[in-house]
Ligand binder design. Structure first.
Ligand code: FES
Length: 103
C-alpha cells in the first residue's frame, strides 16, 4: 500500500507556478489551484511533454508542446492527448506537503 511521502514545504508553492519533482523515479508536478494543492503526473500522455513547464488555466494544466489540456481533478485529457494523467492524493502536515504516489 502506498504511503504519503514528503515533497516540499507549502510556502514553496506559489499561485500560478508549477513545480516539478522526481519522487522515487516518478515525475510529479505540484501546483496550487483555487487554494488547493494538486499533484499530477509530469508527463503528457500525447508525446511526453513536460507538464510542469505548461500553464494552469482554470482547473486544467495545458501542455507546453501541443496544447493538450488535462483536468486536475480527474486527469481527463483533451486533444491531441487521449489518455488521462495520474492525479495523486495530497495532504498537508504542518507546512509539509505530502503526496501519495499511487494514483
Ligand atoms: S506532448 Fe503534450 S500535447 Fe503533445
Amino acid at each position: 500500500m502506498a504511503e504519503f511521502v514528503f515533497v516540499t514545504k507549502i510556502t514553496d508553492i506559489v499561485d500560478g507556478q508549477i513545480l516539478a519533482f522526481n519522487i522515487d523515479e516518478t515525475p510529479i508536478a505540484l501546483a496550487r489551484v483555487d487554494g488547493k494543492i494538486v499533484a499530477f503526473g509530469d508527463v503528457c500522455t500525447h508525446d511526453d511533454g513536460p507538464l510542469a513547464e505548461g500553464e494552469i488555466d482554470g482547473d486544467c494544466v495545458v501542455c507546453p508542446r501541443h496544447g493538450a489540456r488535462f483536468n486536475l481533478v480527474k486527469g481527463k485529457a483533451t486533444f491531441p492527448a487521449a489518455q488521462p494523467i495520474p492525479i495523486y492524493e495530497t495532504r498537508i502536515i504542518g507546512e509539509d506537503v505530502e503526496v501519495k504516489l499511487q494514483a
